[in-house]
Design a protein around this ligand. Structure first.
Ligand SMILES: [Zn+2]
Ligand SMILES: [Zn+2]
Length: 119
């Protein structure tokens, strides 16, 4: 069971998809993959013994303290493969964002330096 959701909430979210992964190409929060094994654009992977579905916020950027306050509509049941894939994709995007922000800030710094030097 996900530590983010209580038992009732977990049941509501996983029950909504008949106990299957809710990752789909046409809804937010999925792993973004268009070639899931067997099912293609949608993933209907069911939970199996020892591999429960992950109940996770639709928006991967949601911090944990916000995630615990979400209702079933803002949560998604994902199979382990989709959950891990989505987390990795999100982390990569986030790192690229931070790198871009840093580059921008450094650019501003150099601009300031140049102004300081130029009489
Ligand atoms: Zn899946
Ligand atoms: Zn997926």
């Amino acid at each position: 069971m996900s530590p983010l959701a209580g038992a009732a909430l977990y049941a509501a979210v996983t029950g909504r998809a008949n106990g299957g992964c809710e990752c789909a190409h046409d809804r937010p929060g999925g792993c973004g993959r268009l070639d899931h094994p067997v099912t293609g654009r949608w993933c209907h992977q069911s939970a199996g013994p020892g591999v429960p579905l992950h109940v996770t916020p639709v928006d991967p950027a949601t911090p944990d303290h916000t995630a615990v306050t979400l209702g079933p509509d803002e949560l998604l049941a994902l199979c382990r493969a989709c959950y891990v894939r989505r987390r990795n994709t999100h982390r990569k995007t986030r790192e690229q964002q931070l790198a871009a922000e840093l580059a921008e800030r450094q650019g501003a710094l150099f601009a300031l330096d140049t102004e300081g030097i130029t009489p």
